[in-house]
Design a protein. Structure first.
Length: 167
């Protein structure tokens, strides 16, 4: 007999992903925050391909990282929503894996420079800030994210949402 993945399994996956995201941001704090950044944790934005639990996990992880990392309230709120909507977009695009990082990339390019300018007073012109954030997000989401995707795809049966055998 087969049953759906349990609620506890879903919550555990989301919690693990949140911890990974926040941990990566905080461990690599010097490159995860600021006007020039490569938020390595954004490589995890490919996880919605494997499990829908990644959506709340990534959101909560970003929220925690931005709070602990000393973010201003607009960054904590808007930055975390960027991650949430990027994760939702990745899940919706899971049938075309090369497009999965695109929502996160676009949202980071459009929103993060605004947060830097108006939340932190970073004096860079918005277009230049968009370029810097875009390059960093591309490295994290496409270069590192798609490398991670390739590795995880090899072990996918162990991490994907699926039905499990009842014991």
């Amino acid at each position: 007999m087969r049953t759906k993945t349990s609620k506890a399994d879903y919550i555990a996956k989301a919690g693990l992903i949140a911890a990974l995201y926040a941990g990566l941001c905080l461990a690599l704090q010097s490159i995860s925050f600021g006007p020039i950044q490569v938020r390595v944790a954004n490589a995890l934005m490919i996880l919605p391909f494997f499990t829908s639990a990644a959506i709340p996990g990534l959101y909560v992880g970003c929220l925690i990282a931005n709070l602990i990392g000393g973010g201003v309230m607009i960054d904590v709120v808007a930055g975390s929503f960027v991650t949430l909507f990027g994760a939702i977009g990745a899940r919706l695009l899971r049938n075309t894996p090369w497009l999965m990082p695109l929502p996160t990339l676009i949202l980071n390019i459009l929103v993060v420079p605004q947060i830097l300018k108006y939340g932190y007073g970073v004096p860079l012109p918005i277009p230049l800030s968009m370029l810097y954030i875009g390059i960093g997000a591309f490295i994290a989401c496409y270069v590192l994210g798609m490398l991670l995707f390739g590795v995880l795809k090899q072990i996918a049966p162990y991490i994907e949402d699926r039905t499990v055998r009842a014991r």
